[in-house]
Every structure is written in C-alpha cells, then in structure tokens.
Design a binder for this molecule. Structure first.
Ligand code: ATP
Length: 303
C-alpha cells in the first residue's frame, strides 16, 4: 500500500501542496485531477522522490520514499514514473528502447516481454523504427511501454495519453489500464481527461487551492458533486436554486415553471447540447434534436 501522510511541499516559499493524506492499495488505480497549475505533476514528482518534502511522509509498504537529500539517485526499483516529457533514447529502435533495462542474460524472456509490451501500446509494426522518427503520440506510447518493462509495483503517469490521437486513445487506454489491473500494478494518474477516470479509476482526488478538495470514488463524486469544480470535471452542468444539475438532468417537457429561451444548439454526435436563457441565466441541457434560436421551451429537472 502507498501511504501518504500530511504531505507538504513548496518549490520555494509558496506552498504547492498542503496537508495531503491518502492511501492507495496494491493494484488500485487513483486518479489525480485538478485545474492547470493545481499541483498534479508536482505531486507525482514528490511521490517519485524527486523532491524533499517540507513536512509529512510517504511510504510504499515499509519503505519510506525519500528525496534527493537522502538518495544519491532519484527513484526506486519498485516505482516507475512517466513524465509529460519522455526521456527516450532517440537513435535506437522502439524495441531497443523498451528492452534497454531488461536483462540480456535471458534473451528469450526479453524478446517475449518486449513483444508483449509492443502489443499493449499497439506499436508492434514500429518495433524496428528509430525513436527519433516517431510522432509525439508514438513516443508517448514507447515511454509507457518502457516504464512497464521492468514490472514496477507502482506506476506514476502524468497525462499519459495527452499526445495520442482520438482514434487510438480509447483502445490504448483500455489496453494499458487492463494490463495494469491484470498485473496488479498500483497506478496513480494525473489527468485532465474524464475518460481517463471514468471506468478505470478506483479513487479520485481533486486538487484545488494546494489541497485535496475531494477524495472519493468517481461514482460517489459524480453522484454528489458538492462543488461546481467537481461537477465541471464530469461535464456540462447548471446551478439552479443553489443545486448542481447536470445538463442531462434537464429535460424538455410540454409545460413547466422553468420557461427558457434557446440561445444555441451544439452538435455532439448522438445528441445536441442546447444553451438557453432561464430567467437571465444561461443553462445547458441535452436533447436528441436541435432547437432554433429564440424558441421557447419548458424544462424539468429529472433525477
Ligand atoms: N520547478 C518549479 N519551480 C518552481 N515552481 C514550479 C515548478 N514546477 C511547477 N511550479 C509551480 O507549481 C505549481 C503547480 O505546478 P504543476 O506543474 O504541478 O501543476 P499541474 O496541476 O500539473 O499543471 P498542468 O495540468 O498544467 O500540468 C504551479 O504554480 C507552477 O507554476
């Protein structure tokens, strides 16, 4: 288990992380979300032992994770970290990059393991390609495979699919998270993307104002988003009579007290997101068909 207790960290004088405490079980997936600059990357770096804490402690099982003041070389064998900038070897091939840290004493195992990882990140056909000629998204996939090569017990991922196009993203995400679950690897992922969280994360931490604003399962936070910031992560929402109402919780009916005037309909694929004026406030709701500008509609809040 990863046990983080009263973690406090600042780069200089301004605190970036204040009084953070949380636990992650072996094999669990924890997602860290928060606005840009809220400290997600910093938290991953601190967990990796890249910086010394001002206060608090981090333990993986019985081992205390310590910073550069105590460790000549940053990092631990049991932990891998995939940063936003990938640190690859550009002049050798994809498979050589992945196999770089695998033992040459077991050539058969090394070959099998490299092939397995190439498949997980869907780069089998690029095995012999030199990394410097790859696209940003392909490099990101090599970095992921490389981090997994030595079977870490815990992996820290910073925006792991940020460079990967929408065509590949869904299947790659499923592959990686399934692989981590199958191998019982603990995963902490910093992300902006709700698709990285829903369906994969066991726990969710929202960082705001240097501290943990919410910490629960994604299901619980989705059902009871206590603050607009939490709701905004899950999608379009409204505040009506001081309550947070998601766009899909507003339905068009023949008659109701909530009379609104349509401003615009946004095409979203299998539905339209409609923006309307309700008593001088903009509200958003979801509908199968689009509405015309200035059309009068009636809305009802559903559960
Ligand atoms: N090396 C550094 N030295 C000083 N301040 C830093 C350093 N790195 C980050 N910061 C500051 O720490 C705060 C948190 O930054 P961090 O990169 O952790 O946020 P983030 O949530 O990961 O942002 P993003 O989502 O944009 O990647 C920011 O105010 C940033 O300016």
């Amino acid at each position: 288990m990863l046990n983080v207790k009263d973690l406090n960290f600042s780069y200089k004088k301004t605190p970036v992380l204040k009084d953070l405490s949380f636990k992650v079980e072996q094999g669990e997936n924890l997602a860290i979300i928060g606005e840009s600059g809220s400290g997600k990357s910093t938290l991953l770096k601190v967990l990796y032992g890249e910086y010394d804490l001002n206060f608090g402690n981090i333990h993986w099982k019985d081992i205390e994770v310590l910073g550069p003041k105590y460790n000549l070389i940053v990092g631990y064998e049991f932990m891998k970290y995939v940063a936003q900038e990938f640190d690859l070897m550009p002049f050798i091939s994809v498979e050589e990059n992945i196999g770089a840290f695998l033992s040459n004493f077991f050539p058969k195992e090394k070959k099998e393991r490299t092939a397995e990882l190439l498949e997980v990140v869907e780069l089998t056909s690029f095995a012999k390609t030199k990394v410097k000629t790859l696209s940003g998204g392909q490099k990101q996939r090599v970095a992921l495979a490389r981090a997994l090569a030595k079977q870490p017990e815990i992996i820290l991922l910073d925006e792991p699919f940020s460079h990967i196009d929408n065509f590949k993203k869904q299947s790659l995400r499923r592959n990686i998270y399934k692989y981590l679950k199958d191998k019982n690897v603990t995963c902490i992922v910093a992300t902006h993307d709700k698709d990285d969280v829903l369906g994969f994360a066991d726990q969710l931490i929202l960082l705001n104002n240097n501290t943990i604003e919410a910490y629960n399962t994604p299901q619980a936070l989705y059902k009871n988003p206590n603050t607009p910031l939490i709701a905004s992560f899950f999608g379009e929402f409204n505040v009506i009579n001081n309550e947070i109402i998601y766009a899909h919780q507003l339905k068009v009916v023949d008659e109701s007290k909530l009379k609104a005037t349509v401003i615009r309909s946004y095409f979203k694929g299998n539905y339209y997101l409609v923006e309307a004026d309700l008593d001088g406030e903009n509200v958003f709701f979801i509908n199968d068909q689009q509405f015309k500008k200035n059309e009068i509609i009636y809305l009802k809040i559903i559960e």
